[in-house]
Design a binder for this molecule. Structure first.
Ligand code: BGC
Length: 416
């Protein structure tokens, strides 16, 4: 008996080792755009988790916030018949790839692990196609945030701006302090990220009509003209070198007391944390003035591509690892996002993280949770890119607000 037990144990061990080696040999090849300091620190949580399970990691980073460049590289890889195992992806892009039949099937593990019950419907919309799981959601970010340098805010009186006029007054005070009021990087996706918040601040119904319903009356009306006027005003507060600057370098300006604030999604918090800055002490996080109670979200998901049979076990193990509640907490604490599951405790999160989780749940209940236009959760890439183009040209003074609303209507119509 004893001998039998030992033999079984030895066999199990041998089997485990062999499987481990096989998995490590196959490993996972992961395409992503998490290349800033905070993003890389978060990605490391995933790499280490998989390494601990004997799954090798081949890194395919493609720099460029918002993932525009990553999606171009992906297209080339798939066209060459060489799809990565897993690809960081946003919203409608996932559905586009699913439509092309390029994605695998995660149904077995999703049903075994009960994903349906814990992943919010707003995310499932993009993790499932035709009723089948095709992607593993990692997190929920949102775009309508402001990241303020605490010392600069205190010098300006310490009050968080509650509305547009107070925001403008605060930016004027930052100017008087001799710092750059708005840290910004002039790239289309960053301009669009601010636009998400500005449009939302003019009413959650307005955001829905404009970006979700693509209603020409909302896209071309007076409120949209006002949104563009506000963009012109914000443009007057950026520094001369803003053009082309990466978003994390703009975050660094706030971190290093060179700028007053940044309008950016909560991945910016990852940069503050990486620089050892504390919320409430070194920086303040708040919703864009006028948008408390509303959330424009984007969820990073790993779309799982159809790969050779031998690679499927590691692919599925990666998906399982991502959805584990412990990983969801550990990763999102570092990334600045909220967990992609509703049953993860907020205990390990700082005050901004706790707020993100609470705001999300409240907006979901109130019906004021919308997909982010800027980050591919409101429309397919064709429409998103058409909006980017108009927003960036207007922000750079190439279009008046009057012309921008007209162009917005026609560009969206043509892209639909
Ligand atoms: C992604 C974030 C990422 C940010 C900047 C967003 O689209 O959802 O995870 O940190 O782009 O790169």
């Amino acid at each position: 008996m004893r001998k039998f037990l030992m033999t079984t144990a030895a066999m199990a061990l041998a089997l485990g080792v062999t499987q481990g080696v096989a998995r490590a040999a196959e490993g996972v090849e992961v395409l992503h755009w998490w290349t800033s300091g905070g993003e890389a620190a978060a990605l490391d949580v995933l790499k280490k988790d998989l390494e601990g399970k004997g799954i090798g990691w081949t890194d395919m980073p493609v720099a460029g916030g918002g993932g525009t460049e990553a999606m171009t590289v992906l297209r080339a890889r798939v066209t060459a018949g060489n799809a990565p195992t897993a690809v960081q992806m946003l919203g409608f892009d996932i559905l586009d790839w699913a439509k092309e039949g390029a994605l695998g099937n995660l149904d077995d593990i999703a049903s075994k692990e009960g994903w349906d019950k814990v992943i919010p419907t707003a995310l499932q919309q993009f993790s499932k196609y035709d009723g089948h799981w095709i992607a593993a959601p990692v997190n929920v970010h949102s775009t309508n945030w402001v990241w303020i340098n605490k010392a600069a805010l205190d010098k300006a009186g310490g009050k968080e701006p509650a509305n547009w006029d107070e925001l403008v007054a605060l930016l004027d005070k930052f100017k008087e302090q001799g710092i750059t009021p708005v840290a910004h990087g002039g790239q289309p996706w960053q301009d669009a990220t601010i636009f998400d918040a500005v449009v939302l601040s003019l009413g959650n119904d307005f955001y829905k009509q404009a970006f979700i319903d693509l209603d020409p009356a909302a896209l071309g009306g007076d409120k949209m003209k006002e949104a563009f006027d506000r963009m012109t005003k914000l443009r007057s507060y950026v520094d001369d070198n803003f053009s082309g600057r990466d978003w994390n370098l703009a975050s660094a300006m706030v971190i290093e007391n060179k700028a007053g604030l940044q309008f950016m999604g909560d991945w910016a918090k990852g940069e503050f944390i990486k620089a050892n800055k504390k919320p409430g002490t070194d920086f303040v996080c708040m919703r864009f003035p006028g948008t408390q109670g509303m959330v424009t979200f984007n969820s990073d998901q790993f779309a799982m591509f159809k790969v050779a049979e031998a690679k499927i076990p590691s692919q599925l193990e990666m998906a399982t690892a991502i959805e584990s509640p412990a990983f969801q907490s550990a990763f999102n604490v570092v990334k600045g996002s909220a967990p992609a599951r509703t049953d993860v405790s907020d205990e390990a999160f700082d005050d901004c993280g706790k707020k993100a989780i609470k705001d999300l749940a409240e907006a979901n209940t109130a019906g004021t949770l919308y997909g982010s236009m800027a980050h591919g959760h409101a429309n397919p890439a064709s429409v998103k890119n058409a909006i980017y183009d108009v927003v960036t040209r207007q922000f750079n003074g190439e279009l008046s607000s009057e012309d921008a609303v007209k162009e917005l209507v026609s560009a969206v119509e043509a892209a639909k």
